[in-house]
Ligand binder design. Structure first.
Ligand SMILES: NC(=O)c1ccc[n+]([C@@H]2O[C@H](COP(=O)([O-])OP(=O)(O)OC[C@H]3O[C@@H](n4cnc5c(N)ncnc54)[C@H](OP(=O)(O)O)[C@@H]3O)[C@@H](O)[C@H]2O)c1
Length: 168
């Protein structure tokens, strides 16, 4: 099992506000879509709630929701009451990666659990009025490579850099 994480954050590590994203960056959205396509995506219940009903479950990937609510159900999604239970369920998975796709609480839990093999981090050049943040982590534990860069253009109000982090 390979456990990956994918996130986009601003210059203050902000990732969201009022249970929503803070930018519209089609090239990054496309990167997320292509990178997680046909994989398993694991999200917190609030992240799941934040996805408009018509777009969820996210198509062409197995959607997994983490909640403490034992009665929670969502159509065509798997639900677990802890990250450990979720990772245990997929421990023999060979074909697909398990992608941690947020939000803040789930990212924190995944980083602390040391389960991650790699991370894809989009650094958006801007400061937004976020209420949810990506945790600090020790960069020395990771080999870092730039994957892509996007300048400001008619479709992108902010520039960004995508970096790949591979666990040393
Ligand atoms: N920029 C990005 O890349 C990105 C990506 C994803 C999300 N976001 C943003 O992040 C924000 C949402 O993040 P958030 O931190 O508020 O919420 P979240 O991490 O999406 O979800 C939190 C919920 O997860 C469940 N949970 C947390 N810890 C758990 C545990 N130990 N065991 C079982 N379930 C657990 C709980 O659900 P219950 O309350 O149901 O028990 C909790 O309320 C939104 O603004 C969203 O737009 C940004």
């Amino acid at each position: 099992m390979i456990v990956s994480l994918i996130v986009a954050m601003d210059s203050n590590r902000g990732i969201g506000k009022n249970n929503d994203l803070m930018w519209h960056l089609p090239a990054d959205m496309n990167f997320f879509k292509e990178t997680t396509k046909n994989q398993i995506v694991v999200m917190g219940r609030k992240n799941y709630d934040s996805i408009p009903e018509k777009y969820r479950p996210l198509p062409n990937r197995l959607n997994v929701i983490l909640t403490r609510n034992k009665d929670f159900k969502a159509e065509n999604c798997l639900v677990f009451n802890s990250l450990n239970d979720c990772l245990d369920h997929f421990k023999d998975e060979k074909e697909r990666k398990v992608f941690i796709i947020g939000g803040g609480e789930i990212y924190k839990m995944a980083l602390e659990s040391k389960c991650l093999s790699e991370m894809y981090i989009t650094y958006v050049a801007g400061i937004f009025d976020a209420d949810t943040f990506f945790p600090e982590f020790d960069k020395r534990e990771w080999k870092i490579q730039v994957l892509d860069e996007q300048s400001i253009d008619e479709k992108h109000g902010y520039s960004f850099v995508i970096r790949h982090y591979l666990k040393r």
